[in-house]
Design a protein around this ligand. Structure first.
Ligand code: 13P
Ligand code: SF4
Length: 366
């Protein structure tokens, strides 16, 4: 990006973004994830959680999608949109640390190892959308599906119905890369902690014996989101002590003790709806990314909304999408140039699409 964008006065950057957006009209669709900073979020044509945004992307009909989110979201959008639609990520360094914890070759290797040890059970890979396109492709090739934080339970239930997949020996799930979403989903379905084992890609054989694999229903990849690791049960106890009657709602990327102690857990969109639909005067402590929680507080002035922790939970990757980068990509589009295009190779996209479309076809919990 040209240095002139970082030197420009912030108010001037915002003024120019608004002007460019008007000029480009329906050619460009800006998508904004809930974790985006306000200065960027205000320009989004559509906002939402990962599932909602991937569906919006598939249906916009725009020539250009500027995705104000992170790499895996833009990749999913590219996979789900027609080839003549260009998906742009304003800053290519906006990755996701959790997605980086699962490499495609390691997931394929784990799938082989677990299938060999599974004593005839089908092993269905379920890949959180917070993953690289190549990992989704491994999943699609192996008959698995993607899931998001808003539909994980429906997808897990589908995976454990082996009759759908022609198997008689039962089914197991290999869930990557987020151990917490997977564990929380298994527990919500009525399974026990003992039904889950953790696969460590850095350890020989994933650190698991054949017997451990045979006895488990859920094999969880050893991945996590650092943003959601900051929330604790102690914080929940404290906010309840400070404000009796307050409700605690957290994202399912939080550890299972935190989800168990909270009143509710859900995707970013589900959190937004729970707070928005609550009566005036309600109190909420929210365990997810700070930019979203601050916006929730501002959008619900008749309620008390606070971050669950005192220390801010910031997704550094999401924060990389700033107004100067947004203006830079729009200026280029206005001059007929596409910069920072996210382009998933056709072979990876074809297999990854199977996993994403399987997810979309499984009834979402909404
Ligand atoms: P949502 O699908 O709930 O928006 O979550 C995406 C994410 O990255 C949470 O950390
Ligand atoms: Fe990835 Fe965590 Fe950021 Fe979500 S909050 S994009 S999981 S690093």
């Amino acid at each position: 990006m040209d240095e002139k964008y970082t030197r420009m006065a912030p108010a001037e950057v915002l003024r120019r973004i608004a002007e460019r957006k008007k000029q480009l009209g329906g050619e460009v669709c800006i998508l904004g994830h809930h974790y985006q900073r306000d200065e960027v979020f205000q320009f989004a044509d559509f906002t939402g959680d990962s599932l909602k945004l991937s569906q919006q992307a598939a249906g916009t009909g725009a020539r250009y999608i500027v995705f104000c989110g992170v790499q895996f979201m833009a990749e999913s959008a590219d996979i789900l949109t027609p080839a003549d639609c260009a998906v742009i990520l304003p800053d290519l360094s906006a990755g996701c640390e959790m997605a980086d914890m699962a490499e495609a070759d390691d997931v394929a290797g784990a799938l082989n190892r677990i299938s060999d040890a599974a004593a005839g059970a089908i092993v269905v890979p379920i890949t959180y959308v917070n993953s690289a396109a190549a990992v989704k492709a491994v999943t699609g090739r192996a008959g698995g599906a993607c899931c998001t934080s808003s539909n994980a339970r429906s997808v897990f239930e589908w995976a454990l119905r082996p009759e759908d997949k022609g198997g008689a020996g039962g089914a197991k799930i290999l869930a990557a890369p987020d151990q917490h979403l997977a564990r929380n989903t298994a527990l919500a379905m009525g399974y026990e902690l003992d039904d889950c084992v953790m696969y460590d890609p850095a350890a020989e054989n994933g650190g698991l014996t054949d017997e451990q694999i045979r006895d488990a229903t859920f094999i969880l990849w050893k991945g996590y989101c650092y943003v959601h690791q900051v929330f604790t049960v102690k914080q929940i106890e404290r906010v309840r002590r400070d404000r009796p009657g307050i409700k605690v709602i957290v994202h399912p990327e939080c550890p299972h003790e935190v989800v168990a102690a909270a009143d509710l857990a859900g995707s970013t969109e589900q959190i937004l709806r729970a707070v928005a639909d609550s009566p005036a005067g309600a109190g909420w402590a929210v365990g997810t990314e700070v930019h979203m929680v601050a916006r929730l507080a501002g959008d619900n002035p008749d309620k008390y909304v606070r971050l669950l922790s005192d220390t801010p939970a910031v997704c550094e990757s999401m924060s990389r999408i700033d107004p100067p980068h947004l203006l830079w990509v729009l200026d280029n589009l206005a001059e007929g140039r596409v910069v920072n295009r996210i382009s998933v190779s056709a072979t990876i996209a074809a297999d990854a699409r199977k996993a994403l479309e399987r997810m979309i076809s499984i009834k979402a919990e909404r």
